[in-house]
Design a protein around this ligand. Structure first.
Ligand SMILES: Cc1cc2nc3c(=O)[nH]c(=O)nc-3n(C[C@H](O)[C@H](O)[C@H](O)COP(=O)(O)O)c2cc1C
Length: 194
């Protein structure tokens, strides 16, 4: 059951010295590739980083989160900028009509950077994380990194923004899932009651 995998998942930041086979990497990528997106735009690219020296440089670009260097596989979820962000930005203007004028006037690259969340690369990333668990491979999301430095490291074109990185690997020690808030704290039914 998927819920059993979800219950076992937790962030791991110390990985064993063990490569992930190309066949498994391909299944993980497939799980991401098949995920949903607004308008089925699939406005993303997935960077597969297995080169040790590049992984080390990525860790440095993630404000020296040195644990990243133990990972044998980083997948970089990149958002590709779509026409609407350069031009009309109609979807966000409809979602936030009170800011319509500001959205129209914003610099195209600043707008694209701030709007990159809207491409929801966290959805393919979540598919990948859960698929990896079937092979005993754990992961940790990384969004604390210098976007410009990572883009330069990977030779990304200007219209391709690295949104998140996921570090994968076999755990070095037994992972323990964290305690989460209870249902009564995070769920409301129909109208929100204080
Ligand atoms: C979008 C996102 C970004 C994250 N960025 C980082 C990061 O830069 N560095 C890090 O060590 N952990 C990062 N994490 C991991 C969180 O700290 C972790 O998911 C959280 O503490 C909950 O623990 P769990 O994943 O074990 O349930 C990130 C998680 C998410 C979802």
């Amino acid at each position: 059951m998927l819920i059993d995998i979800i219950k076992r998942r937790c962030s791991v930041r110390s990985f064993a010295v063990k490569e992930i086979s190309p066949d498994i990497i391909n299944v993980i990528l497939e799980a991401g590739r098949l995920s949903p997106s607004g308008g089925n735009e699939q406005a993303w690219k997935f960077g597969v980083i297995t080169d040790k020296s590049l992984i080390e440089q990525m860790a440095d670009s993630a404000y020296k989160q040195n644990w990243i260097k133990t990972s044998p596989l980083l997948i970089v979820l990149c958002t590709t900028i779509v026409e609407d962000e350069r031009g009309g930005r109609e979807i966000q203007k409809r979602r936030f009509p009170q800011y319509s004028e500001e959205i129209t006037n914003m610099d195209p690259y600043l707008y694209a950077a701030l709007n990159s969340e809207e491409h929801q690369t966290k959805i393919p990333g979540t598919h990948m994380v859960l698929q990896a668990m079937e092979y005993g491979i754990y992961s940790t999301w990384i969004s604390y990194f210098n976007v410009d430095k990572v883009a330069k490291l990977l030779d990304l074109p200007k219209l391709c923004i690295p949104s998140e990185i996921i570090a994968f690997g076999y755990p070095e020690t037994e992972p323990f899932p964290k305690v989460k808030k209870g249902k009564e704290e995070v769920v409301f039914y129909n109208k929100y009651k204080k």
